[in-house]
Design a protein around this ligand. Sequence first.
Ligand SMILES: Nc1ncnc2c1ncn2[C@@H]1O[C@H](COP(=O)(O)OP(=O)(O)OP(=O)(O)O)[C@@H](O)[C@H]1O
Length: 967
Amino acid sequence: MARSSTAPKNSSGSGRGGSSKGSAAKPAPAPKKHIGDPERPAAPVRMWHGLARATGGLFRAFGQETLDKSDRRDGFPFFLVLLAIAGAVVEWFFINNPVAENISAYTFGGVIGRTALVFPVVLVLLAGWLFRHPSSVYNNGRVGIGTALLTLSVAAICHIAVVRPEPASGRPAPAEGMPALSGSGGVFGWMIGEPLAKLLSPIGAYVVLALLIALSLLIITKTPPNRIGKRLGDLYRWMFEAEPREPRVAAGDAEADLAETKVLDEKPARVRRSRKKKTDEDVLFDGADELPWWRRNATGREEDVEVPADTVHLGQLLGLQDDPGYDQAVIADDAPAPTETAPVPLPFADDPAPRAPEPKVTAAEQVTQVLDDPALSRIREEAAAGDFGIDLMGDDELGPDDEFGEISGFGTDGPGSRGPQPPEAPYVLPSPAQLAAGPPAVVSSEANDRMVAQIEQVFVEFKVNAKVTGFSRGPTVTQYEVELGPGVKVEKITQLSNNISYAVASNDVRILAPIPGKSAIGIEIPNVDRETVALGDVLRSAAAQKSTHPLTIGVGKDVSGGFVVANLAKMPHLLVAGSTGSGKSSFVNSMITSLLMRAKPSEVRMVLVDPKRVELTAYAGVPHLITPIITNPKKAAEALQWVVKEMDMRYDDLASFGFRHIDDFNKAVVAGELQLPAGSERVLKPYPYLLVVVDELADLMMVAPRDVEDSIVRITQLARASGIHLVLATQRPSVDVVTGLIKANVPSRMAFAVTSVTDSRVILDGPGADKLIGQGDALFSPMGSSKPFRLQGAWVTEAEIDAVVKHVTGQARPEYRADVAEALEAPKKEIDEDIGDDLEVLLAATELIVSSQFGSTSMLQRKLRVGFAKAGRLMDLLESREIVGPSEGSKARDVLVAPEQLPAVLAKLKGEEPPAAPAAAAAPAPSANDADDRYGVDPIEAQFDGLPTVNGDDEDGEDAWKLTGRD
Ligand SMILES: Nc1ncnc2c1ncn2[C@@H]1O[C@H](COP(=O)(O)OP(=O)(O)OP(=O)(O)O)[C@@H](O)[C@H]1O
């Protein structure tokens, strides 16, 4: 693939407009732009937004601004501010005004009584929080519930405690009217306070309400009861700038810390140890004690500024159940796409140096060992004595440091792991700013209006009562929505396909009848002013930010301009197919780049298979690899077999520890819940996801179709639970490459342009891909989707890939798994030329004949389901290797090898060293003739003497096997 380092030529981004948002999960309902609709919202709405934004800006001016513009949700908090102002006016400024008192009695005061006096302050504080943390749904819910509980508890106290002026006496009741209730606890105060006071007496009610108030404060401040002392201490130290306590922490405290921060570490004991013994590494953690808790993030240090496309570390991820990326293959883009053309300013420095300020460090990252310069030089010296490298293609690009690849990350100290252990340092993901922004999305252009007129003209000419009601413009195509008049058949439009093509002067008109989920027909016409979708924009989109799953990738933009991101773990396996030049490799590139941008090597590891040798070389040496990029198709087939083994090993682990999914296993490892058998020296670590990318499946299927198919089928059937996912790309989507078995087991498909409708059927089980226009135009059918939806793949330039690769390789080196290398580097087999591709079936034939001691061609035909010619050829091969004797007409051939010699014979056929077998193994088995010699004339044979023999090699001939009646 010739990839340019700039955006492709034919893409242009003319005009300016906000990117429209759309649902990426399903093609419908796409936002449509009605003809004649005003482009901007109505004036009052705009005014509301403007005021809300200004007020939000005011609140955010206190402190560092960390929110991306597209993340702001100022409407609701602004409403709270307005409410607070109204409350202040009524409750404070006209405090003794009878009108204000009346208003209060039926509004704030009526609801929460005297509490209304402080309510404006509470509202402003709540609004301030929401202005600054709009997307922290979980925390916002907690703060909201805490505030409500606090307000209601105080109202209930007011209801019980407020002594009313004479002549009223006792607690007010609703029968006395709202003004009476508003003078004490309001309706809510009465509802909560009255039953409590009656049930427990006023004193009992005060105690319960005081406890509720305390509880609400704990909820608001996210303080577990066992940490109240520590939190008060923090508060005191922060307010009075007192010296921090000695970093001595009680064991219980350390455990609580661990539980709270969910740091992915091996054992709590390790934390205790590390707290007592101050090492360099601990300095990172000690600083956290000086920070008050409200400024700490989950890793115990200064709150991270929000990074759009950053991933949360594995430990956090595993605990996150409400992340959409965990449940869906495609994550809907329900927030407006950022419209800025400039890259989003990000906190991580562009500098690829690993020591960026305030990086998130977790024990998960400690699993990722990173080489800093002094460490590198030390290990270089150590490595000079040993050999860590694997001589496969792709190593050439790695440069002189490659032999020092050491990143631990697999869940076990497997057979291939561990060379020198370099010092640990935080792994910092590449800055999203490294990826350039694309041209601003165009919402509509003159060309679109022209198309609408041309389509409608066709309807007029052919007297079809239909109207174009709107269109949604994507980067490559625009979907025009057509509504039919009453009694007009859908077929009327589909029949006009060629006429519409003619009218709009485009070969690639695609008609969707109907648009899924809509009572409208879609006519997709390529844009003459096509746009490029930059991967950077996709990864910075709200949809990408919403998913923290490390296998979430930026895919592109759909036909309505909505960003599409997808979680590979949910696919769980993906077939990517398209003819040459259609944009397949560009997709694979943007997929791998997305992973490098969002996932740490401790979270995702990769096996890259690139038989074309040019597509994936840019990724040589990235620390996510567990083996150098595999370019030899034969080795790739073996690598797949290794993946099967890895999968089986993971399954064994899951079974022995009683888990059903690798995520659960990892969670338990992180929580330190797993007990190893006594005496085991194994160190349990979370298993990273393993992604296997094959860039040309056809090349693999050519060398070892059965092996490759077997491995793929086994992986695809089982690997999902073990965190192993396959991405198979091919430019030959024919049935011999994408076999029925592979298709049945790879449920997600990405079809790029193909030349024939047959190819489209192989990929998508239907037409459509043949109408695509190439260069990243694709139909995406994630698992579970009823119909594929169209999108424009994301584009990443070579320069961007290089920058990302430079960043990741600058921080860490790959730790190649020695067991993969062993699998790939198994001694070369010398298979005889005349056997060729028939080795597998020959082995099966040998096994069959030797174990049954019955040299029958018919048996081979039936048992191996081969034709007569093939069975005959196999017999010839077996005869030439002295496994069976010569043909004896209709009789079964003599078997010259005893069953106990079978392993040696099989090894010889495979071109391997025969196993150290019993000495007798080498000697051929006594032949039937020998037997005759020893035991005299066979009486059964003797009865046939003198009878004519029938040639058993005759196609229609029967041999003794058939006569046995077995099959
Ligand atoms: N997402 C995209 N956006 C814009 N242009 C693209 C996109 N994808 C591909 N192209 C254009 O199409 C050309 C061919 O793409 P690519 O090399 O990915 O195709 P391919 O299907 O992998 O072909 P081959 O199998 O021959 O390698 C690219 O050089 C680029 O100009």
